[in-house]
Design a protein around this ligand. Structure first.
Ligand code: FES
Ligand code: FES
Length: 141
């Protein structure tokens, strides 16, 4: 019980003091926006990344989640994890890592899936924006 209890505290901590809540202007060329919904419950997560166009490094992250406590904790933890990573590293983050760190029960796994999907969708949006602006694609470093 001791261990579960401390994991629960991690969820509560992120839920009560979510990190990186906010949003960036969608039309900023360096911003990628991921907006995803969970079909299972209708919860929605918006996650935005501010990317250095030279290196593909994620300089800043912002999120807004309209969802359950586990979804809020998952997105808060996800923003902490991806800040400072490259877009390629961030795209490799798996919901299972997030779920494990927060000790989410099986019925709450889809909440952490929202965070994984939101990261991937933000990266895709950034890449698409860059492409439509005519910039050369960045190569993974
Ligand atoms: Fe043990 Fe939640 S405190 S599962
Ligand atoms: Fe659906 Fe958590 S995101 S219950």
């Amino acid at each position: 019980v001791g261990q579960c209890r401390s994991y629960h505290e991690k969820v509560i901590d992120h839920y009560e003091k979510p990190r990186n809540v906010g949003s960036f202007p969608k039309n900023n060329p360096n911003v990628g926006t991921g907006l995803v919904g969970a079909p299972a419950c209708g919860d929605v997560m918006k996650l935005q990344i501010m990317v250095d166009p030279e290196t593909g490094k994620i300089m800043d992250v912002a999120f807004k989640t309209f969802g359950c406590g586990s979804a809020i904790a998952s997105s808060s933890l996800a923003t902490e994890k991806i800040k400072g990573l490259t877009i390629w590293e961030a795209s490799k983050i798996k919901n299972t890592e997030i779920a494990k760190e927060l000790a989410l029960p099986p019925v709450k796994l889809h909440c952490s899936m929202l965070a994984e999907d939101a990261i991937k969708s933000a990266v895709k949006d950034w890449e698409a924006k860059r492409k439509s602006a005519g910039a050369a694609p960045l190569n993974e470093i």
